[in-house]
Design a protein around this ligand. Structure first.
Ligand code: FES
Length: 250
């Protein structure tokens, strides 16, 4: 396959950026999207040009590092798929592909296609954990959990923190990410003691990081590579409202 790529190039956070055109030739349909970029980068390196910076780590849809807008869609055209799991057979020979970084005020461009997603880390630091005494692991059956709660908690725990929900949202809201973390812990018995304080602190941190507000467009749910439901946002709003009404202290 031969493709024409329009790639966002930006030397640094404060440098002006622009789309640059590259021809990707001899691309195998079996390559992943990131492997195709690797081949383009090999060509750039051989010509003495600066390779395209993009984030990646596991390349298995687990770590959430890969973060590309492909033809204006977070993670590209395949539903429930991270960029690293996207294969070139999803495109046609002769296609033109536009590749950009996540676009959101809270995500500063570091270089080219790599953005700073540390605001998501700070939301987790604000409350995305359970305070528990450490020690040897308890027997797995010590605390019984209802099957429905386990299923819903595990569905929410599938969030890999890639930030596609933010990039897809017209308001650049991190509500789906934050709600997934709050739901995951809030549905389990171990997460009850801090449940309302957690919701309060994480939502407050989300606002501090300059993410937008949720107006239930639902784009986040469509872009999420783990197909996390916006039902989690309803749970987050309920817990946050209750915490606010009860005067819960952060
Ligand atoms: S590189 Fe880890 S999820 Fe894509």
């Amino acid at each position: 396959m031969n493709l024409t790529l329009h790639v966002w190039r930006q030397a640094g956070p404060d440098a002006p950026g622009k789309m640059v055109i590259y021809e990707a030739t001899g691309v195998s349909p079996e390559m992943s999207f990131l492997e195709m970029l690797d081949v383009v980068n090999e060509g750039l390196t051989e010509r003495g040009e600066v390779p395209i910076a993009f984030d990646h780590d596991c390349r298995e849809g687990i770590c959430g590092s890969c973060s590309l807008m492909i033809n204006g869609v977070a993670h590209g055209p395949m539903r429930g798929t991270a960029t690293c799991q996207l294969h070139m057979r999803s495109f046609k020979d002769g296609d033109t592909i536009y590749i950009e970084p996540w676009r959101a005020r809270a995500f500063r461009v570091i270089k080219d296609l790599a953005v700073d997603r540390s605001p998501l880390d700070r939301i987790i630091q604000a409350g995305g954990f359970i305070t528990a005494p450490t020690g040897s692991a308890q027997d797995a059956n010590n605390i019984l959990v209802a099957k429905e709660s386990v299923d819903d908690a595990m569905d929410a725990a599938a969030c890999i923190g890639c930030g596609a929900c933010v990039a897809a949202c017209p308001n650049a809201s991190a509500s789906l990410f934050t709600a997934a973390k709050i739901t995951h812990l809030g549905l389990l018995p171990q997460g009850q003691s801090e449940r309302y304080r957690r919701a309060l602190k994480m939502v407050q941190q989300m606002e501090l990081e300059e993410f937008g507000s949720c107006t239930l467009h639902g784009e986040c749910q469509e872009a999420c590579p783990k197909e996390i439901s916006i039902d989690t946002i309803t749970r987050m709003n309920r817990d946050f409202l209750r915490a606010s009404l009860l005067g819960t202290r952060p």
